[in-house]
Design a protein around this ligand. Structure first.
Ligand code: FES
Length: 184
């Protein structure tokens, strides 16, 4: 019987996960293939090398209060920020990243005039704040994927999706974890 190698399966899986128009059925197929790969693969040397330099996990905060001026305050369940949070959470759940990304709601990220806001962080890595995020959960997931595969959370402009280039609002260097007075 014809079978895909693990490398071919991995390539197919990545294509499925990154397909911009991926519907729920495709995402479920991708999740199923990911489970199969995880249970059968011990990991190639390339995988192991990538894992050794990648960020192990990260937190993605999505402001659930965000709304443009034109959108009503109530009901809160209708706010674009909350909808974006739900879409991103579902997209991460259906992806190969679900064990590595903690998607959390935030009340406000202090970028209210630039809705919707998301923040990306991980211990020992750069942290980022993005505004102007609409309903494009796919691009946010791709940015998180790049972040996790980077060294120290370095996210150059040309490696971020188009919708996450001009609207970066800030980045913070990794903390050194040195208590005050002990670093000098
Ligand atoms: S309401 Fe979303 S950043 Fe303030």
């Amino acid at each position: 019987m014809w079978q895909l190698t693990n490398q071919e399966s991995e390539m197919l899986l990545r294509a499925l996960e990154r397909a911009p128009g991926a519907d729920a059925e495709m995402l479920l197929a991708a999740a199923s293939l990911r489970r199969h790969l995880d249970s059968t693969s011990a990991g190639t040397s390339e995988d192991l090398e990538a894992e050794s330099t990648a960020i192990p996990s990260c937190t993605l905060h999505v402001c659930t209060s965000c709304r443009p001026r034109s959108a009503p305050r109530e009901p809160r369940e209708e706010r674009p920020g909350l909808r974006l949070y739900q879409a991103v959470r579902a997209a991460i759940e259906a992806s190969s990243l679900k064990q590595r990304v903690d998607v959390r709601p935030a009340d406000c990220l202090s970028l209210c005039p630039r809705p919707c806001g998301v923040a990306l962080s991980s211990p020992g890595a750069w942290s980022y704040l993005f505004g102007d995020q609409g309903s494009n959960a796919h691009d946010i997931v791709e940015c998180v994927r790049t972040y996790l595969g980077s060294t120290g959370g370095h996210l150059p402009r040309d490696r971020r999706p188009e919708t996450m280039r001009a609207n970066i609002l800030g980045r913070v260097p990794p903390g050194l974890g040195v208590p005050r007075g002990e670093g000098t």
